[in-house]
Every structure is written in structure tokens, then in C-alpha cells.
Design a protein around this ligand. Structure first.
Ligand SMILES: [Zn+2]
Ligand SMILES: [Zn+2]
Ligand SMILES: [Zn+2]
Length: 662
């Protein structure tokens, strides 16, 4: 039974009320119910029961007649502190986030100009979703929808953190982002269906219920049971198509493939309420019907998020069928509907992987194929396991584990110091434009809650050891070490690889690329001497550009100088991790990666140092290999052919594989 708690709501201990919401939600609602337009107006462009969305917190005139003047909405960034034109935001450091040469001669404008569009416009084309793809998705479309949703959510969180949005109105940025996606057509698999959903894979994870709504996996934003209406012999009937199981309440007989699911209603677990029998209606009726038809039901497992207390991670565990149902007397006396669901055999394991990881962490049974419990020898705060389940190779070639960069003694960039002077505070705070580190990020705090990167940037400026703020300042994410328990493992055909025992959410920091900083001359020398460049990270390679950030138009926000996602580095950086390095040296290449790199700059010993930090591109389930796009060597581009020829055959197996890489 899913109790419908929000990601950010933390129930007081012992008072979880799993029946609170289910009874009031009609099972008929095809899409989540949001606050209604008080005027009860319908634009006619929305399904019934769904009201238009007001991006600025309160309803304004949504009539399309234009008869009365429209009230001006409060601009999204109206609360941004005005930033005087007389302040030089470049600080003359030459590391401004602006690409154009012109911006170096003029001053960087932090204020972004906004225009406001009609909220009713279908903007799905903006993120590349066609009407046909909205009806029926595929893997690519599902990824696009999820990326757009999360990018919006992160941007809204960033604005809320900086108090640029009225925080009283937007506490749940996930609901807000979901609402925008729904109203503007950024969604897929809109028609309800029995069985698997195109583009959604077993094992996929979600951090918000809205994510499952926008991709058509489970259309109820709060309810635990989603149903489909069919016209049967006995008139209209409902079939259960998906359930969200909280696990905590239903796993009485849970061996990973069996769920005992409790029906909805009856006020159980509610001390002050009268306990009554659950009724055979709504979701219970749908489950009852499905227990007779034995149709496939999608099961989503809600698992406690170890990182955010009170929040859950949702794992799509594939298709189940109801095998048995009965009524059971609850402690308080009322009758409970119980449904026994059995997993359809032959599906890839999903929830079972989570259960295995739990056991490995507890040490019983130990991870099979474990060679070394901690490859980092204590250098990381979390152990890094070394595992080989495929052959007899005992370990990768010797190297010294080190968590960051080593610069040669002679190495000096002689960059001026730009540390912030946010002393007397615990940390630098979003929205504080007195902080020079935040100013260099164009006024936006780069990270949101849980250290998630809000947007990709040409260059992220973090606080560093020379800043006056406390070491726990939230603007030091890439300096705080591993947050996920990593495993270096032997792949079938790509040598050693890297994956995580823990789920990783999109935008989460994974690790930096550690190693020895070398220059181009040294690199050529190494290659000439026959040394491999396998462990070299070189920022001067050509990297495919890709979109990860939010679409400003979806927030009614137009940026005159649209933020670039292309890298802009103050100088090239070449890192050799052959002899010295961390887990990053084991990450393999993919043409369809789940990790990207982001240049990060901060101060140390009064010098600016550039680092390469890796962040999750999308949510990554446990035990999925972590990969990034290695880019390609410039020399491979200049050999006349438009097709880029890499020297190594690519084994990434993605549909858009380039075939080779260097
Ligand atoms: Zn700081
Ligand atoms: Zn600061
Ligand atoms: Zn700082």
C-alpha cells in the first residue's frame, strides 16, 4: 500500500497514515489532480478535471477573450537583488562564464530579461516530442521527458533556494515541474495500457511520483492503484494496471517475487478514526477484477531513500499477476482486502538487485567475486570494492590511489585569487550576491539540495580552501569525496569498469577525475615512448555538445544571453591517471553515457585550480555501469573525412554508437 506521502514530507514517527489520500482520489482521474482554477474556467485544451497551470503562483485571468486587461504576473526573478552596473562581475579573472569575446569587454549582466508567453501553448516540440510520441513513447522519448522534467525541477529548486520564487507557494518543485510538463505536452505514453510501457525498462528508478506520471508508467500522482476502464460483458469495468507498493507494509511474504498487497480504505493505522471494513470499490474493485482476469499489473516498489529521510525511491520491478485474494481481519477489527501478486517469470531482476546490495552491505552473504573490500585503502570515506565475476584476473595494474589532482612542482598558473569573504556565516547562501563565488556563477548557486548540480555550465566556480566560509559550505560539492558506494568490476569485454551499489540521482556528484597534471608536450612524449593514453583525461579533445539544462521557455523565462552548456575553460587541463588516480580512471566510454563531466574551478593556496568533476546525467539504478563520452581526438577530425575515426572499437552497444572512439 502506498501511503501517498510526498518526497519532502517527513511523517512524525509512528503516525504514517497510508489511507489518508487514497479514499478521496477517484480512480477515474487519468492524470494527477492539481489545484483547481477558482473561477472554474476551462480552456478547452485540457482533459476534463485538469486545470490550466499558473506559473506565477496564483491564478490570473486565463480567459482567451482578451476582453479585460490581463493582470501582469509577478516576474519569476522579481526578487533577484538588483545588481549594479558599476560592479565588475568578471573580477578581471578572465574565467567568466560568457563565451563571446564581447562579453569580456562589456560587463556580464546578471539580470535576465523575461518575457511571458501564454501558458496554454503546447511546447512539447521545444524538447523534441511529436504528438505521436506523446501517445506512444520509446526509450529516447522517455529519457527526453524525464530529462526535461528534472531540469525544470532543478531550476525551480534553484530559484526557490535563492528566494526568487515565492517559497510559500512552491514547496514541492517536483509537483510544479510535473504540472508544467503535463500542461505543455512534455509527456509520453498518455493512453493507459495493460502490461509494459514503451521505453520504460525494468529496473528504472524514479525519485518523484510525477516522473512516473509524465512517462505513463503510473498515472496516479498519489494513489497506489492505477486502473483502466474497459467495456465488458457486464458494462463498464475497471482493471488494475499498476500499483505502487511501499514495501514497508506489504512485504510480509516478500521473497522478492511475491507481494502481499493490502487494499485501500478503512482507516487502518489511524488511532483516532473509527476502523471500518475496506470497501470493494475504486482500486479494490479494480484489483478484485484483475484477480479474476489475471491481467499483467506493473509493480513499482517504493524504497526508503537512505539519503533523504522521509523520501522514497521508486523502482519499476516489472509485471506481476494476482494469484490469490482474501479478506483478513485487522487488529482494530475491520476487514482488509489482501492480494497476492506473483512476478511474471523471465524478467530481468530489478528489486532483487536492491535486496542483494542490502545483504552485501550487511556483509552476509558477501559479494560474490569480491577481490578487495576497499581498493582505496581508506583514502575514500566509503569503501571501493574490487570485484571480478567473469575471469581469473586478480587486479588491475598497480597504481596509487589518490582522491584529487597532483600538480608538478614547477606548475603554476599564477592566477589571481578570487576567494569569497563570507566569514561570520556558516556557509555561502543561494541568492547572496555579496558572495563573490556566487557572483562568478552568474548569480546562481550552482547546487541545490543533496548537492545536485542545478545546470551544466561552461565553468562552475566553487568555494575553496582559501574562501572564508566554513568547509561545510554547499558550494564545495566536488571537494567532499564519494557519496555512493562504488565498485570497480571486471566487464565482459571492456576491461575494468565502474558502477555503484547505491542509486544515483540525476545531477548528483559522482567523483572527480584524479591524477597527475601534465602538459601537452609530456603527453606526446608518453605516447611516443609507447605508453598508453588510456588513463588520460584531456580537455582539449572534442566533446559532443548535448542539452541537459531546462528549457527557459517552459518557465516563461527568456534569457537574452542564453546560458551555454558548452565548456569554457581558462586553460587546457590534461590529467594522467595511469600511476596516480581514483575510481574515475575505471569509467569506460559510451556514446550514450549516463555520466558527464563538468569543469570546476576553485582556489587553493591563492591560486585557481581547474578540476574535472563527474555528475550523473540521468538517474542511475544500482549496479549499472557508469560511463561518459570520451570525446574524440582533434587529430581524428582533421584527417579529411567528416566521419570521425577513433582508434578503438566502441563496445557501448547503444543505438547511437559512433562505432569507435579514441
Ligand atoms: Zn562558500
Ligand atoms: Zn561566499
Ligand atoms: Zn567562496
Amino acid at each position: 500500500m502506498e501511503e501517498g506521502l510526498g518526497q519532502h514530507s517527513v511523517p512524525p514517527p509512528g503516525s504514517i497514515d497510508k489511507y489518508k489520500i487514497l479514499d478521496i482520489k477517484p480512480i477515474r482521474s487519468l492524470i494527477p489532480v492539481f489545484s483547481k482554477n477558482p473561477q472554474g474556467q476551462s480552456s478547452g485544451q485540457y482533459p476534463s478535471g485538469f486545470s490550466p497551470f499558473f506559473p506565477f503562483g496564483g491564478p490570473h485571468d486565463t480567459s482567451t477573450t482578451g476582453a479585460k486587461p490581463r493582470a501582469m504576473p509577478t516576474p519569476l526573478q522579481a526578487f533577484r537583488s538588483p545588481f549594479g552596473e558599476d560592479e565588475d562581475l568578471n573580477d578581471n579573472d578572465g574565467f567568466s562564464n560568457k563565451r563571446s569575446a564581447a562579453s569580456h569587454s562589456t560587463r556580464v549582466k546578471l539580470k535576465k530579461h523575461k518575457v511571458y508567453n501564454d501558458v496554454h501553448v503546447d511546447l512539447s516540440g521545444l524538447v523534441g516530442i511529436s504528438p505521436g510520441q506523446r501517445d506512444n513513447g520509446n526509450r529516447e522519448v522517455v529519457n527526453t521527458v524525464l530529462l526535461s522534467f528534472d531540469a525544470l525541477r532543478r531550476r525551480l529548486s534553484q530559484l526557490v533556494d535563492a528566494k526568487e520564487l515565492n517559497t510559500g507557494l512552491i514547496k514541492r518543485t517536483d509537483l510544479k515541474a510535473g504540472n508544467i510538463c503535463m500542461t505543455k505536452g512534455i509527456r509520453t505514453n498518455t493512453a493507459k495500457r495493460v502490461g509494459s510501457v514503451p521505453g520504460v525498462e525494468i529496473g528504472d528508478i524514479f525519485f518523484f511520483r510525477m516522473e512516473m506520471c509524465v512517462i505513463g508508467l503510473h498515472a496516479q500522482s498519489m494513489g497506489g492503484i492505477d486502473a483502466l476502464h474497459i467495456q465488458g460483458d457486464r458494462g463498464e469495468e475497471t482493471l488494475a494496471v499498476s500499483i505502487v507498493s511501499s514495501g514497508e507494509y506489504d512485504d510480509e511474504a516478500d521473497d522478492g517475487d511475491v507481494i502481499i498487497y493490502t487494499g485501500q480504505g478503512g482507516n487502518f493505522n489511524k488511532k483516532d478514526k473509527h476502523v471500518s471494513d475496506q470497501k470493494l470499490h475504486k482500486g479494490n474493485l479494480a484489483l478484485d477484477r484483475s484477480s479474476r482476469t489475471h491481467n499483467e499489473i506493473r509493480v513499482i516498489r517504493g524504497i526508503k531513500d537512505a539519503v533523504s529521510p522521509g523520501a522514497k525511491i521508486y523502482v519499476y520491478d516489472g509485471l506481476y499477476k494476482i494469484q490469490d485474494s482474501w479478506v483478513e481481519k485487522a487488529k482494530g477489527g475491520g476487514g482488509l482486502f489482501k492480494y497476492k501478486l506473483i512476478r511474471v517469470p523471465g524478467q530481468p531482476s530489478a528489486f532483487a538487485v536492491w535486496k542483494s546490495v542490502q545483504k552485501w552491505k550487511a556483509g552476509f552473504p558477501a559479494r560474490t567475486g569480491l577481490i578487495l573490500a576497499d581498493l582505496s585503502s581508506g583514502a575514500e570515506s566509503l569503501p571501493v570494492s574490487l570485484v571480478n565475476e567473469v575471469d581469473n584476473v586478480k587486479s588491475p595494474a598497480f597504481f596509487t590511489y589518490f582522491h584529487s589532482l597532483r600538480h608538478p612542482k614547477s606548475f603554476s598558473l599564477m592566477q589571481p585569487s578570487h576567494s569569497c569573504s563570507c566569514s561570520g556565516k556558516k556557509a555561502c547562501v543561494p541568492g547572496d550576491l555579496d558572495c563573490s563565488c556566487i557572483r562568478r556563477n552568474e548569480g546562481d548557486f550552482p547546487y541545490i539540495i543533496n548537492g545536485v548540480l542545478a545546470n551544466r555550465k561552461p565553468l562552475v566556480h566553487e568555494c575553496g580552501p582559501t574562501c572564508q566560509c566554513f568547509p561545510n559550505c554547499k558550494n564545495r560539492v566536488s571537494q567532499t569525496g564519494l557519496k555512493h558506494q562504488m565498485e570497480v568490476f571486471k566487464t565482459k569485454d571492456k576491461g575494468w569498469g565502474l558502477r555503484s551499489w547505491d542509486p544515483i540521482r540525476a545531477g548528483a556528484f559522482i567523483c572527480e577525475y584524479a591524477g597527475e597534471v601534465i602538459d601537452k608536450a609530456r603527453l606526446s612524449q608518453l605516447v611516443q615512448e609507447g605508453d598508453t593514453d588510456e588513463y588520460v583525461f584531456d580537455t582539449t579533445r572534442i566533446y559532443e555538445s548535448f542539452k541537459w539544462n531546462y528549457e527557459p521557455k517552459l518557465l516563461e523565462e527568456a534569457i537574452t544571453n542564453e546560458s551555454s552548456e558548452d565548456y569554457a575553460l581558462p586553460h587546457p587541463l590534461i590529467i594522467n591517471a595511469k600511476n596516480v588516480g581514483n575510481v574515475a580512471r575505471f569509467m569506460n566510454h559510451s556514446c550514450s553515457p549516463n555520466v558527464f563531466w563538468q569543469p570546476v574551478l576553485y582556489e587553493e593556496n591563492n591560486q585557481s585550480f581547474l578540476h574535472v568533476a563527474f555528475f550523473a546525467l540521468r538517474h542511475i539504478p544500482p549496479m549499472h555501469e557508469l560511463t561518459y563520452d570520451y570525446g574524440s581526438d582533434r587529430s581524428d577530425h582533421t584527417e579529411g573525412s567528416s566521419a570521425r575515426k577513433g582508434r578503438k572499437k566502441c563496445l557501448c552497444e547503444s543505438s547511437n554508437c559512433r562505432g569507435s572512439f579514441t
